[in-house]
Design a binder for this molecule. Sequence first.
Ligand SMILES: Cc1cc2nc3c(=O)[nH]c(=O)nc-3n(C[C@H](O)[C@H](O)[C@H](O)COP(=O)(O)OP(=O)(O)OC[C@H]3O[C@@H](n4cnc5c(N)ncnc54)[C@H](O)[C@@H]3O)c2cc1C
Ligand code: SF4
Length: 332
Amino acid sequence: MAVIRDMMPAFELFQPTSVDEALDVLERHDNTWVLAGGLDSMDWFKDRIKRPDVVVELGSVSELTGIRASGDGLEIGAMTSLRDVVANEDVRSRFGLLADAAAQVATPQIRNQGTLGGNLIQDTRCWYYRGGWPCYRAGGNICYAGTPRSMNREHAVTGQSRCVAVNGADTAGALVALGAQMLVRSAGGERVYEAEDFFVGPEIDIERMTVLEPGDLLTHVHIPGDWAGARFYWEKVRDRKSWDWALASVAAAIVESNGTIERARIAINGVAPTPVRLTDVEDLIQGMPANDDTGMAAGELATRGFKPLRHNDYKVPLARNLVRRAVRGDMA
Ligand SMILES: Cc1cc2nc3c(=O)[nH]c(=O)nc-3n(C[C@H](O)[C@H](O)[C@H](O)COP(=O)(O)OP(=O)(O)OC[C@H]3O[C@@H](n4cnc5c(N)ncnc54)[C@H](O)[C@@H]3O)c2cc1C
Ligand code: SF4
């Protein structure tokens, strides 16, 4: 269980100035932890639940920060702050979906300190797990949130597999909808993942939220030009208007022509252990008008087969209506 002493266990701190140096430290040590803005990490350390021996702090690795043109798209360094993502003119004018999603993360203070990479890789907020309960995700043999008496109002309505926790990263759904790629480096070289494949569910690995393994660094996010200037829709529903993770969110990129939907990419988040790309919905709405009837059909299909827990059945109509509004293109 969490013991909040506001005093972190000791660790050895490395502050490399290049990716190569960081990878070298990660390769030479066991039980390492990569530190970006520290907003997720410090909670774990102070609660004494995660106890790395070696922390690799990336604040001085300048090659991981910044936003630059790349082909017909953009490349964003993993250490770029959420504030800078929101403020960047290219992101705003061409890929406003990401700016809108990043702008609704937490609070201005957290967006100043938090990085795009840290936001994507943040751990789930299931409070049993965050509280140090020895559940499946923590290496134990039970899910405390999945029993009939559990507190599971914020948990998953689909994609559950022993663990019923959700992905809480606002930028994740937007990057899936934009068809982004994640560039990962380790001592063994570089790997590139489509955004939708970067996140892993508990059926693949119950102790991880992404493909990253010890020794891996997310270096950059590449956004291709394919969806630049499309009609974007971002909506996040949360209990409070600020400083709160999504109960559910939708991110959509839609290109219309002659009054019908030519192509679309849509993702929902906050409802499953990973962001969920709605490929069936994308296929269904192709060639249809972007109106409320199409939105209703899309919402129905998006939520077909959802299996709510005892306290979160409200997420089914919530997700259905988010998809409906995204396809229709307005919140009214
Ligand atoms: C009060 C509060 C409210 C919040 N509300 C929201 C919200 O509404 N929406 C939302 O999306 N998020 C929310 N967050 C989460 C917050 O945005 C993230 O915790 C934050 O963005 C993490 O970024 P960071 O740079 O601080 O990462 P860190 O805490 O430093 O790292 C987070 C994780 O990512 C790993 N990591 C970071 N960078 C890399 C890298 N380049 N390569 C490999 N691994 C890496 C770290 O090892 C760690 O596991 C909230 C956080 C707090 C504290
Ligand atoms: S939902 Fe996942 S993280 Fe939460 S208690 Fe169950 S196994 Fe642990």
